[in-house]
Write a protein that binds this ligand. Structure first.
Ligand code: PAN
Ligand code: ZN
Length: 190
């Protein structure tokens, strides 16, 4: 990671983000999640396998400005979740708790439509709407997953503590309490 310095301190930096398209310049970290990386997440395993066999498309991407993963720093970036379904289940991110569970996150939706699903270790659940202009505050202790219910990419800008880390394992075993489906054109959370 190239961290520029001014005197004793990390230098401030600026980057360009097209708030209409979500295209971010100057990202240092780019994650692509293909269908094959989502085995075990969707209810309809056979439908996922046929999507994988059909070319294993990218289902979502993350672009981040990397900073030192230390207390006090903030990681910012863009999450771009493509539209589609696996069987009838809307495309979604893996979802995670933060490894440092007492760290929260802010999501600002720039485009598309869907939900941010959240859950706690106590079994509490929340689904808040995501569409252009919605800002969702994810408090500490809440696992979070984006779900795209529309026909265009769900694009969000996010900010979280750089030391947070990601705990995917617990969601892999616990699931997320509820799933989001498109049935006969209607979105249902069940
Ligand atoms: C986001 C997510 C991003 C992808 O940057 O990492 O939306 O979701 P998964 O990490 O669950 O695959 C974030 O919440 N970071 O903490
Ligand atoms: Zn997070």
């Amino acid at each position: 990671m190239d961290i520029e310095r001014i005197g004793n301190y990390m230098a401030p930096f600026v980057f360009d983000l097209d708030v209409t398209t979500g295209v971010m310049k100057g990202f240092k970290n780019h994650i692509e999640r293909r269908a094959s990386s989502m085995r075990g997440y969707y209810a309809d395993e056979a439908a996922l396998e046929s999507i994988i066999a059909g070319g294993d498309p990218i289902l979502y991407e993350v672009f981040e400005c990397t900073v030192p993963e230390l207390y006090g720093h903030l990681t910012v970036g863009i999450s771009k979740l493509y539209p589609g379904t696996v069987g009838q289940e809307c495309f979604m991110t893996k979802g995670h708790y933060h490894q440092v569970i007492e760290t929260g996150e802010v999501y600002l939706c720039l485009g598309g439509s869907g939900y941010l699903l959240m859950k706690t270790k106590d079994g509490d659940f929340s689904a808040l709407p995501m569409e252009r202009g919605k800002v969702v505050y994810v408090p500490p202790s809440w696992a979070h997953r984006s779900v795209n219910c529309g026909n265009v990419p769900l694009v969000s800008f996010f900010v979280y503590n750089a030391e947070s880390g990601h705990n995917y394992g617990d969601i892999e075993t616990e699931g997320f309490i509820k799933r989001v489906f498109k049935r006969d054109g209607s979105v249902v959370i069940e």
